[in-house]
Write a protein that binds this ligand. Structure first.
Ligand code: UDP
Ligand code: MG
Length: 324
C-alpha cells in the first residue's frame, strides 16, 4: 500500500447542501499539493443525504474515504473517529460548512514541514455573531492562562497535526474531549497561521446555546481541575475568617461580658462560621481527590516518546558478552 502523506479529516453533520462544493474544492487543492493524500469524511449520523453523498464520493474518487457513524456523537467525537481511520503522516482537520477555506490547507502543511508539530489557525475577520466572538475570546483567554501556550484561537478547527500527535491523542481514552486543547498538551512546537474565514455557506450552525455551553464545560474539564481547586481555596479563606472571627468574639465576650454577646447569639454565630469554613474546606479536599480520580480515569498517557535512539542495545550486550 502506498504511503499516505496527508490526511484531511472532516466531520459532517447534515451538510448535504455544502458537501458537493466542499469535496470539489478540497480535491482541487489537494491534487495541486503534489503529495499522496486521502480525504476522510466522517458522517456524524446525519439525517439528510450526507452519508449517501459521502458514499458516492468514496466510490467515485480513490482518495476519498467515508467513515459513517451510526448516530450523532458530536463534532469532536466524529473527528476522533476520523483520526482512528486516517493513515497520513500529516493530518489536517476542517469544518464541512466551508467556513474554513480548503485553499488554506497547503499553508498549514507548509508550517508542519517547517518542523512544527501542531499548527492552529486564527480566523481573520471572523464571520460569526458578536455573541459567539465575545464568548470565544473569553474562553481563549482562559485556555491561554491555564495552558501557558499562547495560541489565540482554539475554536477554529482548521488545524494540522503531525502523526505522533495524532497517535498520542488516540491513546487518550477519555469520552468527552476538546481536540485542540488535547493536542496542545502533547505539542512540543505549536504554531499558528492566520487564515481566511467565511460565513457558513449553507444550512445552520449545529451549535445552539446549550450545546455551546456543554462544549465549554468539555473544554474546561478536559484541560484542568482548577475549578475544584478554587473550592479548596475558598474553603481555606472562609475557614480562616470563621476561626478568626470566633476567636475575636470569644475575646470580646470575656472582656465585655455576656450582655455584649447578646446572651450567646454571637458565640453561636462564631461557631457556625467556623464550621461552615471547615465544611467547605473538607469539600474542597474531597474535590482534590475526585480531581485526581478524574485524571486517573481519563487515562491519558503521562508522556509520549518521540523516538528511542541507540536501539542497538542487543548488539551492545552481545559485544560485552563477547568481551567476557
Ligand atoms: N458537526 C458534527 N457533529 C455535530 C455538530 C457539528 O460533525 O454534532 C460538524 C459540522 O458538520 C461542521 C462542524 O462540525 O462540519 C462545525 O459545525 P458548525 O459549523 O455547526 O459549528 P460552528 O461553525 O457554528 O461553530
Ligand atoms: Mg461552522
Amino acid at each position: 500500500m502506498n504511503r499516505i502523506e496527508l490526511s484531511v479529516v472532516i466531520p459532517v453533520y447534515n451538510e448535504e447542501s455544502n458537501l458537493g462544493s466542499l469535496i470539489d474544492r478540497c480535491m482541487n487543492v489537494l491534487w495541486n499539493c503534489g503529495v499522496t493524500f486521502e480525504l476522510l469524511l466522517v458522517d456524524d449520523g446525519s439525517g439528510d443525504r450526507s452519508a449517501q453523498m459521502i458514499g458516492n464520493a468514496a466510490e467515485h474518487y480513490d482518495e476519498v474515504v467515508g467513515v459513517l457513524l451510526n448516530r450523532n456523537y458530536g463534532q469532536h467525537a466524529a473527528i476522533m473517529a476520523g483520526f482512528e481511520h486516517c493513515r497520513g503522516e500529516i493530518v489536517v482537520t476542517l469544518d464541512a460548512d466551508l467556513q474554513n477555506p480548503p485553499e488554506e490547507i497547503p499553508r498549514l502543511v507548509e508550517m508542519i514541514n517547517k518542523g512544527h508539530d501542531v499548527v492552529g489557525s486564527v480566523r481573520r475577520n471572523r464571520k460569526d455573531s458578536f455573541f459567539r466572538r465575545l464568548a470565544s475570546s473569553a474562553v481563549n483567554w482562559v485556555i491561554r492562562r491555564s495552558t501557558g501556550i499562547g495560541m489565540r484561537d482554539y475554536g477554529c478547527m482548521l488545524r494540522a497535526y503531525r502523526r505522533d500527535i495524532i497517535d498520542a491523542i488516540l491513546a487518550c481514552r477519555e469520552k468527552t474531549t476538546f481536540i485542540p486543547v488535547l493536542a496542545n498538551s502533547f505539542a512540543s512546537s505549536p504554531a499558528e497561521v492566520e487564515v481566511k474565514h467565511d460565513s457558513r455557506r449553507d444550512g445552520e450552525s449545529k451549535y445552539n446555546l446549550f450545546r455551546l455551553i456543554t462544549l465549554q464545560f468539555d473544554l474546561i474539564t478536559s484541560m484542568t481541575t482548577f475549578p475544584i481547586r478554587m473550592l479548596t481555596f475558598i474553603g481555606i479563606v472562609l475557614a480562616g475568617i470563621g476561626l478568626g472571627l470566633s476567636l475575636l468574639i470569644l475575646v470580646l465576650r470575656l472582656v465585655y461580658g455576656p450582655t455584649w454577646a447578646v446572651g450567646g447569639v454571637f458565640t453561636l454565630m462564631a461557631v457556625v462560621l467556623a464550621f461552615m469554613g471547615i465544611q467547605l474546606l473538607s469539600l474542597g479536599l474531597i474535590g482534590e481527590y475526585i480531581g485526581r480520580v478524574f485524571v486517573q480515569v481519563r487515562d491519558r498517557p503521562a508522556f509520549w516518546v518521540k523516538q528511542v535512539v541507540g536501539l542497538n542495545v542487543h548488539k551492545k550486550i552481545k559485544k560485552i558478552g563477547e568481551v567476557v
